[in-house]
Design a protein around this ligand. Structure first.
Ligand code: AMP
Ligand code: GLY
Length: 429
């Protein structure tokens, strides 16, 4: 089977790499891909958000399966359009993608379905938003309702910061149209985990657990990013927690969509806070996490092409996933300045040496210039390795990173620390 993957980041590299190693897959095409993906797939220069050109590409290539990596094309309706042309698609239709595309839709659906989540209100009027923030007090969370690449959430420690964030969003200064509606939420305390599910109609198949580090700096300090590193499994997701998330969060959400006549085919990603009162939903995404996908694909032993095709064709029931018992950890290397502005086109050296040292280097924001690899995005590489425990996987990744030669890049030095604390305390799952 020929598979077309849409996207060009680290997540899509991990998907292409795994698909290339799937017996059911004869060829992987990626639009637009990147120089790292080009090792595992045939890259075609069609942008992941150019819906018309992607349809043309599918017509020309006639893939047996299309896997849509990022959220933007899903929110723009790529899934609907490809399905209307008869293609098997892994990734939800536009209506279901609203779970990620609109936090206000998502929160309203959760409230309707009784899914545990933070208390919230949605506002478009700055004065009303300010009044609510002052009434609830800090800490408090302000979220742009629309898509903001993981950066539209302000966890404010004081009221003035929250008021400023809400006013800035509602005035259109930050996040443009995505901030024209804000969700104001109660602050939840706990450890976070990512619980992903392959969903096909009413069949919901949990993936292994994972955990990412969204904050920019060591110790989970600094602004939120798309994710600076991840590992799988997440020791805090015990089998009991996983079951509770499936039964109280994933199932009722998919059922509430079905009640509205919306079918979900694709990845449901539940961002969870493990609070004293049990798991609560921070957000839903409608795609694999990035960088969670990198460790997940590193551990998946099943034939990814077969599994995603079964989901696309609503034959997921009865399928089991087979995982490597080892742990996988991914450290993201980003451009200095990310998540703000940064200089592009800097040469990155040491890529082969990192792989010779035992890591796999997934490419995210890279480009090729005069035969050398340069940075072209904020998050640039996802250096990933397996180990018998998270501590070993972490050592393998940081050992490999010693070979990186890129003065204009940076990475966190503590990815996996929470899991390692638990390992050291003998609390493994
Ligand atoms: P989201 O995109 O909604 O998952 O938010 C991004 C990050 O902000 C999450 O991963 C959390 O670290 C943090 N966050 C979001 N909502 C809350 C909340 N209600 N309480 C505490 N932290 C939150
Ligand atoms: N790593 C967080 C996300 O993919 O949204």
């Amino acid at each position: 089977m020929k598979v077309l993957v849409v996207g060009g980041g680290g997540r899509e590299h991990a998907l292409c790499w795994k698909l290339k190693h799937s017996d059911s897959v004869s060829e992987v095409i990626c639009a637009p891909g990147n120089p790292g993906i080009a090792r595992d797939a045939r890259c075609v220069p069609v942008g992941a958000e150019d819906i018309d050109a992607l349809i043309e590409l599918a017509r020309a290539e006639q893939p047996g399966l299309v896997v849509v990596g990022p959220e933007v094309p899903l929110v723009l309706g790529l899934g609907d359009k490809l399905r209307a042309e008869g293609f098997a698609v892994y990734g939800p239709d536009q209506a279901a993608a609203e779970l990620e595309g609109s936090k206000s839709f998502c929160k309203a659906l959760m409230a309707e379905a009784g899914v545990p989540t933070a208390r919230f209100e949605t506002h478009t009027d700055p004065d009303a938003a300010e009044a609510l923030i002052r009434a609830w007090g800090a800490p408090i969370v302000v979220k742009a309702s629309g898509l903001a690449a993981g950066k539209g959430v302000i966890v404010a420690q004081d009221v003035e910061e929250a008021v400023h964030a809400a006013r800035d969003m509602l005035s259109g200064n930050s996040f443009g149209e995505a901030g024209s509606q804000v969700v104001i939420e109660e602050y939840l305390l706990g450890e976070e985990a990512s619980c992903l599910f392959l969903v096909s109609g009413d069949t919901i198949l949990p993936l292994a657990s994972s955990q990412d580090h969204k904050a920019l700096l060591d110790g989970d300090k600094g602004p939120n990013t798309g994710g600076m590193g991840a590992y799988s499994p997440a020791p805090c997701v015990t089998p009991e927690v996983a079951d509770e998330v499936l039964e109280t969060i994933a199932r009722p959400t998919i059922a509430a969509l079905a009640m509205r006549g919306i079918e979900f085919i694709g990845t449901l990603y539940a961002g969870i806070m493990l609070t004293d009162a049990g798991p609560k939903t921070l957000e839903f995404n409608v795609r694999f996490g990035d960088p969670e996908c990198q460790p997940l694909m590193s551990r998946l032993k099943s034939d990814l092409g077969e599994v995603l095709l079964a989901a696309a064709e609503k034959r997921l029931q009865g399928i089991n996933l087979d995982w490597d018992e080892r742990k996988a950890l991914c450290v993201v290397v980003a451009s200095d300045g990310y998540p703000g502005s940064f200089e592009k086109g800097q040469t990155i050296g040491g890529l082969d040496a990192m792989e010779a040292a035992g890591a796999y280097v997934f490419h995210a924001g890279t480009a090729e210039k005069d035969g050398v690899i340069v940075n072209s995005g904020g998050r640039v590489l996802g250096v990933t390795a397996l180990g018998n425990n998270v501590s070993e996987a972490q050592k393998a990744v940081y050992g490999a990173l010693k070979h990186l030669h890129w003065p204009g890049g940076f990475y966190r030095r503590d990815i996996g620390y929470r899991a390692i604390v638990r390992e050291d305390a003998g609390e493994e799952n």
